[in-house]
Design a protein around this ligand. Structure first.
Ligand SMILES: Nc1nc2c(c(=O)[nH]1)N[C@H]1C(S)=C(S)[C@@H](COP(=O)(O)O)O[C@H]1N2
Ligand SMILES: [Mo]
Length: 331
C-alpha cells in the first residue's frame, strides 16, 4: 500500500474522562482515549491490505473481505494507554473498558503456517512521520510468541460499531491485558520473527528501566507489555462535600493483566474493612466498593491499592500505576 494521507499529521490525542467520570462499566466509543503518535491515517478500505510475512510457510496478503471471511470473535477488555513514553513514570490513568470485534490472530497465523522458529510477532501501522524528533516510516511494535493466545484480535469493530478512523480503521491489533501501545492501529503487516522489533517504538521508547535491588535504575530495560495492577476511585469525586457522620460508598475500578485479587482502601491512611471486589471476569475491569463514615471534619484523603495474584501491588508513587488519591471535604 502506498503512503496514505494523515489528517491530522503529527501527535494527536484526546484526553479521556477523569477517574470520577468513569461511571459506566463499558466506556462509550466517543469517550475512549485517542492516542496517535504520528497522525491519523485516512484509509480507503478498497486499497487496504494486511500482509502476513516472515517466518511463515505460506506468506499472504489479506484484503478486508478476506479478514471478514474469518469467524468473528469479540473480546471485552480494559484498554489503557501507558502514558507518554517520554514520561514513563507519570501516572496518567488513561483507562477505558470496551468491546472489540474481529478476527483472531491465531486463525490468521495458523493459515499462514507459523514457523516453530518464530519468537516474536512484529506489527506495523500505516502511519508515518516524526515523533520526538525521530522520523519513522511506519509505527512498529512486537509481541512475544508466548503471549499469542486466542484473545488477540485483528479488530475491525469497537463497541459493536465499525472502527473509527482515530481508533485504527479499517483494522487494528488488540492485545488485551497489554498496554494500548502494543495494539497497533491501521495494521498493514504482521511478521513472524526471531528477535525483538528494531524500530524506536520498541527499542527507544516503551521500555522501562529495571530497578536494581538498591532501588536505583540499572541499564537493563523491560518492554512495556503487561498491564500492572492499578485501581481508581470513581466516587466520591475530588473535593466532593460529604456530611460528617453519614455513611457513604467509596467505589471504583481495579484491573491488571491476569486480574486483581484484592483491593485495599484507606481513609487518611487508615485501612477500611469490608472492601468488596468483583471476581475477575475475562479481561474487564473489576468493581470494588466499601462503606465509610467520615468521622472528622475538614479534608480527608482516600486511596485504593490493587494487588495481583502474584503479590505485586500498586506502588505509592513514581510509577505509571501509582496509587490514586482523592481528597474530599467533610462538612
Ligand atoms: N499505528 C499506531 N498504533 C498505535 C498508536 C500509534 O500512534 N500508531 N498508538 C498506540 C497507543 S500509545 C495507544 S495508547 C493506543 C490507543 O488506541 P486508541 O487511540 O484506539 O484508544 O494505540 C496504540 N496503537
Ligand atoms: Mo498510549
Amino acid at each position: 500500500m502506498s503512503a496514505v494521507i494523515l489528517d491530522p499529521t503529527g501527535f494527536h490525542r484526546r484526553i479521556p474522562l477523569s477517574p470520577h467520570e468513569l461511571t459506566s462499566r463499558r466506556t462509550p466509543t466517543e469517550d475512549i482515549i485517542i492516542l496517535c503518535h504520528l497522525g491519523v491515517p485516512r484509509i480507503d478500505v478498497t486499497n487496504w491490505s494486511l500482509s502476513v510475512a516472515g517466518l511463515v510457510a505460506r506468506p499472504r496478503t489479506l484484503s478486508f473481505a478476506d479478514l471478514l471471511a474469518y469467524p468473528k470473535h469479540t473480546v471485552a477488555s480494559i484498554h489503557q494507554c501507558a502514558g507518554s513514553p517520554l514520561a514513563p513514570a507519570e501516572p496518567t490513568r488513561r483507562i477505558t473498558n470496551v468491546v472489540w470485534g474481529g478476527t483472531r490472530l491465531i486463525d490468521i497465523l495458523a493459515d499462514a503456517g507459523l514457523s516453530k522458529e518464530a519468537t516474536f510477532i512484529w506489527s506495523f501501522g500505516a502511519d508515518y512521520g516524526k515523533f520526538a524528533d525521530v522520523e519513522v516510516d511506519r509505527y512498529q511494535k512486537d509481541l512475544p510468541i508466548a503471549r499469542i493466545d486466542d484473545d488477540i484480535l485483528v479488530a475491525y469493530e469497537l463497541n459493536g460499531g465499525p472502527l473509527p478512523a482515530e481508533n485504527g480503521y479499517p483494522a487494528r491489533l488488540v492485545v488485551p491485558g497489554f498496554y494500548g501501545t502494543n495494539s497497533t492501529k491501521w495494521l498493514t503487516e504482521i511478521r513472524a520473527e526471531q528477535s525483538r522489533a528494531t524500530g524506536p517504538f520498541t527499542t527507544r521508547w516503551y521500555n522501562d528501566p529495571i530497578a536494581a535491588p538498591d532501588g536505583t535504575a540499572c541499564q537493563q530495560t523491560r518492554p512495556v507489555w503487561a498491564v500492572a495492577p492499578e485501581s481508581i476511585i470513581v466516587s466520591p469525586a475530588p473535593m466532593a462535600k460529604l456530611p460528617h457522620g453519614t455513611e457513604v460508598e467509596i467505589w471504583g475500578w481495579a484491573w491488571a493483566d491476569g486480574g486483581v485479587t484484592a483491593v485495599s482502601v484507606t481513609a487518611n491512611g487508615v485501612l477500611l474493612s469490608g472492601v468488596e471486589l468483583e471476581a475477575p471476569a475475562g479481561r474487564e475491569w473489576q468493581r470494588f466498593s466499601v462503606r465509610w463514615t467520615p468521622d472528622r471534619s475538614g479534608e480527608s484523603v482516600l486511596a485504593s491499592v490493587a494487588k495481583k495474584a502474584d503479590g505485586t501491588m500498586q506502588p505509592p508513587a513514581n510509577f505509571r500505576n501509582a496509587v490514586h488519591h482523592v481528597t474530599v471535604r467533610v462538612v
